[in-house]
Design a protein around this ligand. Structure first.
Ligand code: ADP
Ligand code: MG
Length: 373
């Protein structure tokens, strides 16, 4: 049965009152699908774009199933960043405003441990945490997560992108094997699939398609050329296509070095990120890029993970990526926040089948482009 309003969902009076107060009458698509499944104690893998109301999709079932007479942590929500954790806390406190005795605790890095210890001593039923800090508290025995009913992995793709996989595995081990797991993600990366295979066999999968107007607007050009012409094509496009803040991707660090040198020889300001660059240098390079000290950043897929620069207008793929999903990650660096972006992919004869594969599996629409060299 498909629900069109919250009225039909058999929710408690406390939640209905809160929803009413917030002016929410009808569930969003992801809420329609996820709430009944989660209330049925099913594990759920949900793929839904940003802004579709995922917080309440897991927040409503969690609040409905809390045992207010018990004083242990019953729901654990993991997310990638502090900001997000705090935002989830605020949203859930609003949703639970009429539930007497509800305690929600945010456990995030960069805050004093002892302040969080005080909060944990008050026996919250719900903990929202970034993985690293949560495990710090587990280690110090400030929190017991061995009895939780529900584990939520929010923005799982981003969390895994940021290298939290080991921490997530630890949390899986420290929590009951029969817990309910709900994973929310905007994309289904390989890492997200790995987690779902390993820990969520038999989960229900739901997917909400992005609305047309919310899709990033990225013009995707494909250039069929020979290896030796890539630099010339790059220079020509830089001149003709108003490229200001640029990311260029290669498949290997050797290639990253070669391409960075080549770009510099053309007279552009470029720097690079790859696996051999330490965290300190990396932060430095990212700061310089954000401040505009140079405007072309060359990187491998792995090195580019977790970096967040909002106003990149152009992406170059000097090579076709090895993974289909990487193509989406790469071009997704541009066209953020509703802005127009452009992506240029260089495809040599031998890489043509890989590019066809990407177009086939990711369903992106590309256009062929020829430049006079
Ligand atoms: P996501 O996590 O999918 O990016 P959020 O859960 O942060 O999305 O929700 C985005 C916005 O939509 C929030 O401001 C939230 O309060 C609002 N929202 C959530 N559910 C509903 C609903 N059923 N009706 C109207 N607004 C909603
Ligand atoms: Mg969210």
């Amino acid at each position: 049965m498909e629900y069109t309003s919250f009225d039909q969902m058999d929710l408690s009076e406390e939640i209905m009152r809160a929803l009413e107060k917030m002016g929410m009458k009808n569930p969003t698509s992801v809420q329609k699908l996820a709430i009944p499944l989660m209330m049925d104690n099913r594990c759920v893998i949900a793929k839904a774009p940003t802004g579709t109301g995922k917080t309440f999709a897991f927040g409503i079932p969690i609040l409905e199933y809390l045992n207010m007479d018990a004083d242990f942590v019953q729901a654990l929500i993991l997310c990638p960043t502090r900001e997000l954790a705090l935002q989830i806390c605020t949203e859930l406190r609003g949703l639970g405003a009429f539930i007497k005795g509800l305690k929600i605790c945010g456990i995030i890095g960069g805050q004093k441990m002892d302040k969080q210890v005080q909060m944990l001593k008050k026996k919250p039923q719900i903990v929202v945490a970034t993985p690293g800090r949560l495990l710090d508290h587990v280690q110090h025995r400030n929190i017991d997560i061995s009895n939780i009913y529900t584990l939520v992995l929010d923005e799982a793709d981003k969390m895994l992108d940021m290298g939290f996989i080991k921490d997530i595995r630890k949390v899986m081990k420290l929590t009951p094997p029969d817990k309910q797991i709900a994973m929310f993600s905007a994309t289904m990366s390989r890492e997200v699939m790995d987690i779902s295979w390993e820990y969520m066999a038999g989960a229900d999968e739901i997917e909400v398609a992005p609305k047309e107007e919310d899709m990033p607007k990225i013009r995707q050009y494909v250039l069929r050329l020979e290896e030796k012409d890539k630099m010339k094509a790059f220079a020509k496009i830089m001149e003709d296509y108003q490229c200001h803040r640029v990311m260029a991707f290669c498949n290997t660090k050797t290639r990253v070095r070669i391409v960075t040198d080549g770009i510099r020889k053309l007279g552009f300001k470029a720097d690079c990120l790859h696996g051999d660059i330490g965290q300190g240098a990396r932060n430095h390079i990212m700061d310089d890029f954000r401040r505009g000290k140079f405007n072309i950043l060359v990187a491998t897929d792995v090195a580019a993970r977790g970096i967040d620069v909002s106003d990149i207008d152009t992406v170059f793929n000097f090579e076709v990526p090895n993974e289909n999903e990487y193509y989406l990650h790469r071009i997704g660096r541009t066209g953020r926040a509703g802005r127009q972006g452009q992506a240029f992919t260089f495809v040599t004869y031998s890489q043509a089948p890989r590019m066809d594969d990407i177009v086939h599996y990711t369903k992106v629409s590309t256009e062929d482009l020829e430049v006079d060299l």
